[in-house]
Each structure stands twice: as structure tokens, then as C-alpha cells.
Design a protein around this ligand. Structure first.
Ligand SMILES: C[S@@+](CC[C@H](N)C(=O)[O-])C[C@H]1O[C@@H](n2cnc3c(N)ncnc32)[C@H](O)[C@@H]1O
Length: 276
């Protein structure tokens, strides 16, 4: 039985976890990117220097509004999705746990792992030792667009962005930092097209898609949506921000006759709840 006190403690733990994962609790010690459009000198030369060296120009202090919106790439935080989309993960997890919707949780496209760390932390807070959290990523960034198979991705090549390539060892270390690295956390390392169709996942209650591209979104939906329980959630991080991602959702939903309401989370994220 969950007493009022333990329910309160559970909420406070999850609040604290979210504040750490976004670094909102330590914004004064964070940094944010300098707006190069406002740079007074030779901005082209500066951009070239930064790109050639893989450098970023940052100022001390985080930008609270951007962190709330998940609208920056934080220098140290374990997630870039921001508070509103993290709160949506929390609400979806609370919902499936409270209602007993069966299945594991997965994020496809984890970067530094923050969303999956929150998922694992919430299982801990709910004393759920049965469900697993699947952590799926190439751990080397986005693939180059496959022009023939997925023309929708042409013009959206992010494969050479070093900041998006975070190793599996680094993500494990991030879980470990929070004391949450154990057998309930399962890594799926490699391109989604190779790992997801054969992943030993039986059933899912949360399917969170954050692979940006048409290919990455469609590969995840094709392999994993059939495993999503009725009452489970599909969360799509890039629905508003990336047209190819939105198109993949539209195509998949049309092909499978899915009409469940698409609920906006913030300026880009959405979720829908599987009804049938
Ligand atoms: C925007 S980041 C994810 C952000 C993360 N969810 C967070 O909480 O900050 C996109 C991630 O998707 C991964 N990714 C994209 N497409 C992929 C694919 N087809 N196969 C494997 N990984 C992919 C990249 O490596 C990257 O880590």
C-alpha cells in the first residue's frame, strides 16, 4: 500500500531527478550557446573555426526558457528534451503504472540517456522490479540519409554532427551517476533498422521516438508499434520540429488506420494513446 508520505516522497524524488537531468536546479552553473547572429565581428570566419574544430561557443549560465522548452543543446544535462517533454514522459509513465497497462518502456534515440534515466528512476520510485527500460541508439549519431529508400530525409543530413554521437559507455556512466544502472536497463546498440526488428522485447507500454528522421521514426514504428499495449503511449519528440518525422507518423497512421487523437505537448512533442 502506498501511504500519503511515500507518495509524497516518490513525487519529490521524481521532481529532483527531473531538475538534475535538465540541470534546471543548477542553471547558474550551466552554459548556453552564444547567439552567433548577434556576433559583432567576422561571423563567417568564427563559424568556420568552430565547425572545423568541433567547438561550441558558450556563455556561463543556462537559459531557463530554452531549458523549459527543450530548445537548446545543453552542455552537460543528460537530456535535451526540456522540462515540458520530460513532464510528459512522467505523466505517461504515471498513467500506465497507475492503470496497470502492461509492458516495458523504450526510447529510440537517447543521446545522453536522460529520458531513459527518468523512466528507470520512476520504476524505482514505484517499486516496479518487473518492467525493463530499453535504451536504443547507434551511439554514434544519426545515419546519413538513404536517398533511395527514404527520399523524405534528403536535405536533412545531421550525420556529421559530433555533438549527437554519445557512446554507450558514456550513457551507462550517466545511468550509474544516478545509481540506476542494473539489469532492468537493456541497451540496443546499432542502427534501428538492424536492432529493433529482432530486439527481444515482448510488450511495450511506452514507445518514445526521438530519432529525428523519417527513416528512424518509421523503422521504430514498423518494428515496435505492434508490440504496444492498448492503453500504452507513443510519444514523438520531433513531430513539430522535423517535417520528415511528422510525415513518417502520418504515413504509418494512415497505413494502419490509426485515428487516436494526437495530443500536443509543447512546440514540437506530441503523444497519442493506443485505443485498439
Ligand atoms: C536528438 S537525439 C535524442 C535526444 C534524447 N532523447 C534526449 O533525451 O536528449 C537523437 C538520437 O537519435 C539517434 N539516432 C537517430 N537515428 C538513428 C537510427 N536510425 N539508428 C540509431 N540511432 C539513431 C542518434 O544517435 C541520437 O542519439
Amino acid at each position: 500500500m502506498v501511504t500519503t508520505t511515500s507518495a509524497k516522497l516518490r513525487d519529490r524524488y521524481v521532481d529532483l531527478l527531473m531538475g538534475c537531468l535538465t540541470r534546471e536546479l543548477f542553471l547558474d552553473e550551466e552554459a548556453h550557446d552564444v547567439d552567433l547572429n548577434a556576433w559583432p565581428g567576422d561571423v563567417d570566419g568564427l563559424r568556420t573555426t568552430l565547425r572545423d574544430n568541433g567547438w561550441r561557443l558558450t556563455r556561463r549560465g543556462g537559459d531557463a526558457a530554452k531549458r523549459d522548452d527543450g530548445n537548446d543543446w545543453p552542455p552537460t544535462a543528460e537530456t535535451m528534451v526540456g522540462r515540458q517533454r520530460l513532464a510528459d514522459v512522467r505523466q505517461c509513465v504515471d498513467s500506465v503504472l497507475a492503470e496497470g497497462v502492461p509492458g516495458d518502456f523504450i526510447e529510440t534515440g537517447v543521446w545522453r540517456g536522460g529520458v531513459t534515466i527518468l523512466m528507470r528512476g520512476m520504476l524505482e520510485a514505484w517499486a516496479d522490479a518487473d518492467r525493463r527500460v530499453w535504451v536504443a541508439d547507434s551511439f554514434q549519431g544519426l545515419p546519413a540519409p538513404d536517398q533511395e529508400a527514404f527520399p523524405q530525409d534528403v536535405g536533412h543530413d545531421m550525420s556529421d554532427v559530433p555533438a549527437l554521437a554519445v557512446s554507450a559507455d558514456q550513457v551507462r556512466a550517466n545511468f550509474d551517476r544516478y545509481g540506476l544502472l542494473d539489469d532492468q536497463v537493456q541497451f540496443l546498440e546499432g542502427w534501428f533498422r538492424d536492432t529493433l526488428p529482432t530486439a527481444p522485447i515482448e510488450q511495450l507500454a511506452i514507445l518514445r521516438l526521438d530519432g529525428d528522421m523519417y527513416e528512424s521514426t518509421m523503422d521504430a514504428l514498423d518494428a515496435l508499434y505492434p508490440k504496444l499495449s492498448v492503453g500504452g503511449y507513443v510519444i514523438v519528440d520531433d513531430y513539430g520540429a522535423w517535417e520528415p518525422c511528422r510525415q513518417a507518423c502520418t504515413d504509418y497512421r494512415e497505413r494502419h488506420g490509426i485515428t487516436d487523437e494526437i495530443v500536443p505537448i509543447d512546440w514540437t512533442g506530441v503523444h497519442w494513446r493506443r485505443s485498439a
